[in-house]
Design a protein around this ligand. Structure first.
Ligand code: TXA
Ligand code: MG
Length: 356
């Protein structure tokens, strides 16, 4: 935190029951309407919300997160009818997708309405919109009576928050409040789908899988691997940065299961000998002794990618808390949500991907 940053008290507001705790959500909605920042749970990750129609409030999101200002934000609404206040020329396919997937982890990129401040869109003429599938988020947006711009509520570049205490660790003292309703169900961000290109294309894989989308929209395409990487012109501006990354360097092992296993064991031994504390993300149990030297987080990815997704960011944060010097992760199957998990792991690894 810079010296000049003002430290404010961040209210930690627990929501156990959407009906009994109505007043508390109302209080948070009031803060949003008054131009303050409020973090809230969604089914994907915690978001850092500001009134999308208040440019000064939106600007403070970028300051709080240390986010580059060319990286646009997702606008969250609670009911489909409000889409007209955000976007224009809504294609029929958006209506069909919304019927199938909203509320849910799908973000649609559409032509922006002129009422959307350019600080929200990063100066683009498009805008990203979604309806989150979380009762607290929906109630908050409804009560705020404004569309809510919200990126993930983490310091830019780090793993997204899936628990309220992750938000407090990253942004406590910089934001007005966080609504806490426990862990996020999916644990990875929404799928970002561009509907302004000739053929609808996925800009960021996420909670709605390619397989899910193809059932409704057979023509949907995935850009090449290169388009998700730093070398090519990034499609979603946010995808050009090293991202989702823990503090310790992360090495990702990809390739045949046996070779990955052998390399993992070799690396663990090598680094342990050097007195490194090694963090390991595995897809299946490891039989190595000397558990002092390393911390294992079992993603159980091969059998259950959904569980791997839900635990990924939390595991990366826990590794940092445990003070590991290095993290070695095994790649998992790219089927279903495994594709989004691997996208995040590759981003977190940066150049440290070992193909075996
Ligand atoms: O699940 C989620 O999507 C969470 C929750 C809070 O809704 N939000 C989230 O926001 O992950 P953020 O800001 O961390 O990621 C938004 C992504 C970025 O990669 C950004 O570049 C892209 O969406 N994006 C936003 N507006 C866009 C636009 N107009 N065109 C292309 N990409 C856009
Ligand atoms: Mg983010």
């Amino acid at each position: 935190m810079n010296k000049q940053d003002k430290i404010i008290e961040t209210l930690h507001i627990k929501i156990n029951d959407i009906i009994k705790d109505r007043k508390k959500i109302q209080e948070a909605a009031k803060l949003l309407r008054a131009g303050h920042l409020v973090a809230f749970p969604t089914e994907t990750v915690y978001g850092l919300g500001a009134s999308a129609l208040n440019p000064a409030a939106v600007r403070s999101i970028y300051t709080a997160k240390g986010r580059p200002s060319d990286n646009p934000l997702i606008v969250h609404i609670d009911v489909f009818e409000k889409i007209d206040s955000i976007a224009i020329g809504i294609p029929e396919v958006a209506v069909t997708l919304a019927k199938h997937f909203w509320p849910g982890p799908l973000t649609l990129v559409l032509k922006a309405a002129s009422t959307v401040p350019s600080i929200v869109t990063g100066g683009l003429n498009t805008v990203a919109v979604r309806i989150p599938d979380h009762p607290v988020a929906l109630e908050l947006i409804k009560m705020a009576e404004v569309p809510v711009a919200a990126p993930s509520a983490n310091i830019s570049g780090g793993p997204s928050p899936t628990l309220a205490h992750h938000v407090i660790k990253d942004l406590g003292g910089r934001i007005a409040a966080v609504l806490d309703s426990g862990p996020c169900r999916i644990g990875l961000e929404s799928t970002v789908l561009d509907l302004t290109s000739k053929i609808p294309r996925i800009l960021r894989p996420g909670g709605i899988t390619l397989e899910d989308l193809k059932e409704v929209l057979p023509e949907v395409i995935l850009p090449t691997k290169k388009a998700f990487s730093e070398e090519d012109k990034p499609l979603a501006p946010g995808m050009k940065y090293r991202h989702y990354a823990p503090q310790a360097p992360l090495f990702l092992l990809e390739g045949s299961e046996n070779r990955v296993r052998d390399e993992l064991k070799k690396l663990i031994l090598d680094y342990s000998k050097k007195d490194y504390k090694v963090g390991i993300l595995t897809a299946s149990p490891l039989n190595i002794e000397d558990s002092q030297a390393f911390v294992v987080f079992d993603l159980r990815g091969a059998k259950n990618p959904g569980e791997a997704a839900a635990k990924l960011f939390e595991s990366l944060r826990n590794m940092d808390e445990a003070g590991v010097d290095i993290i070695i992760a095994e790649g998992i199957s790219e089927k279903g949500i495994g594709f989004a998990v691997m996208n995040r792991l590759r981003k977190a690894a940066g150049k440290n991907i070992i193909n075996l």
